[in-house]
Design a protein around this ligand. Sequence first.
Ligand code: IPM
Ligand code: MG
Length: 355
Amino acid sequence: MYKIAVLPGDGIGVEIVPEAVKVLKSISQKYGHTFEFTEGLIGGAAIDAVGAPLPDDTLQLCHNSEAVLLGAIGGPKWDTLPVHLRPEAGALLPLRKALGLYANLRPVMLYDALLDASTLKKEVIEGTDIMVIRELTGGLYFGEKRREKTPTGQLAVDTLIYSTEEIVRIARLGFEIAMKRKKVLHSIDKANVLESSRLWRETVTGLAKEYPQVELIHMYVDNCAMQLVRWPKQFDVIVTENMFGDILTDQASMLTGSIGMLPSASLGGKVGLYEPSHGSAPDIAGQKKANPLATILSAAMMLRYSFNLNDEAKVIEDAVVKVLDLGYRTPDIMEDGGKPVDTEEMGSRVVEQII
Ligand code: IPM
Ligand code: MG
């Protein structure tokens, strides 16, 4: 039996998560696994219901589960709350920290059927298959923040901190994953300007001695941003710090046609967290327009990384390929001749390929 905490959250989160649960249920029926789903409140939904973005009950539920399936959090309604009450700083970041999830895996995979869905040229994006490993519990996101009044206005401070240990553990994962793939690792930093990046680069270089078969390439983040759209095929595994990883993965998502296709797994502690890389998309929330595939693919990652159900994970991924090959499209990946479906039907089409 596998215990799964289900946290739909806000915006399109409540539309896409049920589709991933539907897909997991079809897997459990077909393969005879027992998944126990327990829902919890998080983000704006939790603020509205109980006055806190990450209620203790929810945190306990996550600690007592083997994996967490999260939708998305946040929205304009909660943007003006004091920062510790906001869904991002008050719920998502503390949850990542509390569960010790220092490694965020974001596979950037272009499905053949979506070659024309991207705004980028076909010949550039064809064959894109990159694993981005984003450090998730350090850097600017978690360093000290403060404001001070000055005679003429204010001063705001964010602190970018990385320790050797934090860099080693994420870089090691980068090398290990590179060993299982093409043995090429790009480490992204801004070592020409930032001291934390200089430590990052030295540390990664030192660790590389343990992985002589891996070709290690250091690249500045600005150059990486450019290279990702110039010639994405040069990348296989990317490892980078928190903020750079946040930005580069949104950018890289367009190589797949839509950010609605980008799943993620956050690992490092006892409990893994699985969520789409996109946000709560308040602009399309409640309209059944959201693409559930990133969440469904995150559920596949859950089977693989938390439960070691590799075949079942592959079954979900293959089902997604088939559904796309059959032409079913949510608005974000629509193209001429595509068959329009809403969030729910997209989930049902995936289930159809599994049962
Ligand atoms: C992501 C999101 C979050 C982040 C936000 C919602 C805090 O953009 O998971 O990429 O910046 O980590
Ligand atoms: Mg982001």
